[in-house]
Design a protein around this ligand. Structure first.
Ligand code: GTR
Length: 428
């Protein structure tokens, strides 16, 4: 009888322990007092044991080493291309937005023969700027037609992940036109003298686990000589940003030396990988990119590697998922991804209610990456405590935490435009 009870107790204890271990593995934490201590890999520590002491060592040894770690563990290979894109101007209006801008819609054909493989770029150029304009490049989440109410902007016929207003059976309808103007602040961007180039991220690959079967990882497999599992959805999206840069370099109204990249959330992660992979992007903005982007995976707060790879297995290469159980084995962390932007200006932004992206982790990551900027004589973020709300800090690396939710707001754009004007040496 006693033995029996002991046995039952032992079984119960085992089950409880197993459940607790599992619960500790899986959940996310949003209680700062529960964040356990952690140690980040030292971004300046070379594999041969030495510490990087100058920009030359960084550029020629440490940076390629860290970039390779990202290829291997998180994003896969970034296929090289011999400018395969062809461009077709589908539409132009030099009196768009009541004369404020010239609108162009450009189709970028990505396949040498198959004309069904393309992405459509919506470009607004500021009419008041008579010289080639600096430009912000940023993907949109639900089609070019959502960023403005202008009637002539082509309605995307692609599959839509987000089922917002006007999306029926995962396809856009006319009712979706202009439904996301708040995230874009077109008039502000243009009146500050910047152009804006945007494209729908789903033009490259639908945002699902099987999206690769119809996306560029399949349609361009032979052209780019890369198998779908050698890269990932994030990689495909990032690569598409480089194709936008290909076009912008050919447009005489654009200053190709002043191409800034901005990305929000999942597209912020893709943006950071594009910034790391393509030096033509002269300035990079991460808006609440969170886990797998600017945030620190080793800091147990908000989304985790385990959660993100369970929900979005296609976003990263399969290897990334293997670190879910023990993130200390991951050879990289968010600060190392940010460091790959150096010495180019970098803006990292969070929102206070967006705990899922771990604002503090994003801040600490930007601060840590600033050590690399110091090698170039550039000042990044040198304060160790989080700044107050709505108070940007830092110079070549800048950070803010905004009041409010996970979004891109007018406040965010105002900071990015000011930052880009300063960093590009423009008087705006
Ligand atoms: C969430 C995801 C985040 C972030 C976000 C978004 O569901 O967990 O990593 O990328 O989506 O893109 O809106």
């Amino acid at each position: 009888m006693k033995n029996n009870r002991t046995c039952k107790l032992a079984v119960l204890l085992f089950v409880v322990t197993a459940m607790t271990a599992r619960a500790q593995n899986f959940p996310s934490n949003t209680d700062e007092s529960k964040v356990p201590p952690y140690t980040l890999p030292d971004v300046l520590q070379m594999p041969i044991g030495k510490t990087v002491i100058n920009s030359n060592q960084w550029l020629h040894a440490q940076r390629p080493y860290i970039y390779h770690l990202y290829e291997k563990n998180q994003f896969g290979r970034y296929p090289a291309t011999k400018t395969i894109s062809r461009f077709k101007i589908l539409e132009t209006d030099n009196q768009a937005l009541d004369g404020l801008a010239t609108r162009k819609q450009v189709r970028i054909y990505l396949h040498p023969a198959d004309t069904s493989v393309y992405m459509d770029v919506l470009l607004y150029l500021p009419n008041a700027v008579k010289t080639p304009a600096p430009v912000f490049v940023a993907y949109n989440f639900s089609g070019n037609h959502t960023i403005t109410a202008e009637k002539n902007v082509l309605l995307s016929n692609r599959w839509m992940y987000f089922r917002g207003k006007g999306v029926v059976n995962n396809r856009a309808t006319e009712a979706a036109r202009g439904t996301d103007t708040a995230s874009w602040q077109l008039k502000t961007i243009l009146s500050k003298g910047f152009a804006l180039a945007t494209a729908y991220y789903g033009d490259l690959e639908p945002d699902t686990a099987t999206g690769y079967t119809t996306g560029i990882r399949t349609t361009l497999k032979e052209v780019l000589n890369i198998q779908p599992d050698e890269w990932c959805t994030m990689g495909a999206w990032a690569w598409g940003l480089s194709r936008i840069a290909d076009y912008l370099q050919t447009d005489k109204n654009i200053d190709a030396g002043k191409i800034a990249l901005m990305g929000h959330s999942r597209l912020g992660k893709a943006t950071l990988w594009a910034g790391a992979s393509d030096p033509r992007f002269a300035l990079i903005v991460s808006n609440e990119s969170g886990e797998g982007g600017a945030a620190l995976s080793r800091r147990w707060y908000g989304e985790t590697v385990q959660i993100i790879t369970a929900h979005f297995p296609h976003w990263f290469v399969a290897k990334y998922k293997t670190y879910g159980d023990d993130v200390t084995k991951l050879p990289v962390d968010g600060h190392m991804l940010l460091s790959l932007m150096a010495p180019r200006p970098l803006y990292v932004a969070s929102a206070v209610e967006d705990t899922w992206s771990d604002p503090k982790g994003e801040f600490l990551s930007a601060r840590e990456a600033s050590r690399v900027y110091a090698l170039f004589g550039k000042k990044g973020i040198d304060t160790s405590s989080m700044p107050p709300l709505n108070t940007p800090v830092g110079e070549t690396v800048r950070y803010h935490i905004r009041s409010g939710k996970h979004a891109v707001t007018l406040y965010d754009w105002e900071q990015y435009l000011k930052f880009a004007s300063e960093q590009f040496g423009l008087r705006r």
